[in-house]
Design a protein around this ligand. Structure first.
Ligand SMILES: Cc1cc2nc3c(=O)[nH]c(=O)nc-3n(C[C@H](O)[C@H](O)[C@H](O)COP(=O)(O)OP(=O)(O)OC[C@H]3O[C@@H](n4cnc5c(N)ncnc54)[C@H](O)[C@@H]3O)c2cc1C
Length: 401
């Protein structure tokens, strides 16, 4: 069997790559090891309404959040949004929407099918071997293979292009029916009590459903989020998160690279999404980044086939364009994440007090990994204490010493 583009992984990156390549007439196969697209869920679905709307995600799949509460051990900062900028998505709904869009563009989708390994011709990647739903092993020839397998980056590693991630966000979460929990407010909790080096969260996504979880950066700290989740749920009411009468409907566990990828292209192969380190590592937020990366990867793959040049040199346009558009902000996000993952409770209390000085818009844009020069200048001008408190390096990266 032969396809122009063969994609491993039916998450947001793979599905978006499939859509982009199929919509310009390329034959595309996408294989997903699970039986259903979007299930099991391994993510909390927190994101930003403007980006997702621009990417064509239907509004009804996005639950807007009007207030964000940020808590450290003894301090809190609150941000109110009359016009919400953040949302928590119906994850399964969004991923299935992406799958339907790819199918409508002409992509072939094989659920319950696992990419086993890449097929090589010398150093060129020319396809992949797949174990299908019926346990048959088939060889799929492809002009371009896209690795969208998530944090494992399995095919990139087999192609000798391992991004060698050293740090991972490890998260455990309940998706709860919580009849008394606010559906307007998301809560982020930092500090050693629940999530040393990471944070805990309560994120409502409509119809009394709330995702309540704990994420920790390994190996920055060796805390186990699986156990910490129980103490977070038990202690939530003291933090103003009302879980009275709540019951878990789903349990989720997952990993996300907390390093940024800088190399994700080889002869005949591209990586997109978590496989390639495309998420913002600031708070481990990767869904909209995976959609953007997938679209860009699928477009470049289709161009390469059109030009009959699938060399790393041609496909490298994807890497250079990605880093040109987003590299600076993603590097700043990673620098900040490395810094804040080391903060103890005392520093977090001091910083939370300072964060409370920011306007909702200033805080929201930072959280969204939009570190523009205008944003930084505004903060430096209005809040010099924040600059003194250690954000000077960020300003340095933005060229504002
Ligand atoms: C606990 C947790 C909470 C998170 N919360 C958020 C959040 O609130 N907001 C946000 O934006 N991001 C969040 N993220 C990150 C986000 O989930 C990822 O960045 C995003 O899912 C990356 O998309 P992807 O398509 O690259 O990879 P994935 O979503 O991981 O998809 C990869 C797909 O490939 C499949 N696959 C893997 N190997 C194979 C194979 N060999 N053959 C076939 N299929 C294969 C997998 O089954 C999976 O479906 C969170 C992550 C974790 C772990």
């Amino acid at each position: 069997m032969h396809f122009d583009v063969a994609i491993a992984g039916g998450g947001p990156a793979g599905l978006s790559a499939a859509y982009a390549a199929a919509s310009v007439g390329r034959s595309v196969l996408i294989v997903e090891q699970n039986n259903e697209i979007g299930s099991p869920t391994r993510t909390s679905g927190g994101s930003f309404i403007n980006d997702l709307t621009e990417l064509g995600i239907p509004q009804e799949l996005l639950h807007p959040v009007h207030r964000l509460r940020f808590l450290s051990l003894h301090r809190s900062a609150e941000f109110e949004y009359r016009e919400p900028i953040m949302c928590v998505m119906d994850v399964r709904g969004v991923y299935q929407h992406l799958a339907v869009t790819a199918a409508q563009a002409g992509a072939t989708i094989w659920p319950a099918s696992k990419a086993l390994d890449v097929i090589k011709d010398g150093s060129n990647i020319v396809g992949m071997r797949v174990e299908t739903r019926t346990k048959a092993i088939v060889k799929i020839g492809a002009r371009v293979v896209i690795d969208a397998t998530g944090y494992r980056g399995q095919l990139l590693r087999q192609a000798g292009l391992s991004p060698r991630f050293q740090r991972f966000g490890v998260g455990a979460e309940y998706d709860m029916y919580a009849p008394h929990c606010s559906q307007d407010e998301a809560v982020l909790v930092v500090g050693s009590q629940f999530a040393p080096s990471g944070y805990a969260w309560a994120a409502p996504w409509g119809r009394h459903r709330v995702r309540v979880g704990v994420g920790v950066i390994h190996p920055d700290h060796d805390a186990d989020p699986v156990h910490r989740l129980e103490s977070f749920v038990a202690g939530a009411s003291k933090l103003g998160v009302n879980l009275e009468g709540a019951q878990p409907i789903e349990y989720h566990f997952g990993l996300i690279p907390s390093d940024m990828g800088e190399t994700f292209v080889g002869d005949g192969i591209l990586g997109a999404g978590d496989a390639a380190g495309h998420a913002s590592t600031l708070v481990g937020e990767g869904i909209r980044w995976a959609i953007k990366a997938g679209r860009m990867a699928g477009t470049v793959a289709a161009d390469a086939i059109e030009r009959d040049d699938v060399s790393a040199a041609f496909l490298g346009q994807f890497q250079s364009e990605w880093l040109r558009r987003y590299g600076r902000n993603l590097r700043i996000a990673n620098m900040l994440n490395r810094k804040i993952s080391k903060w103890d409770d005392k520093i977090w209390d001091e910083r939370t007090e300072l964060l409370g000085l920011l306007s909702p818009d200033e805080f929201g844009r930072g959280l969204q990994t939009e570190f523009s020069v205008g944003w930084a200048l505004g903060i430096a001008w209005a809040h010099p204490r924040l600059v003194k408190a250690g954000f000077d390096k960020v300003l340095g990266k933005l060229g504002i010493g």
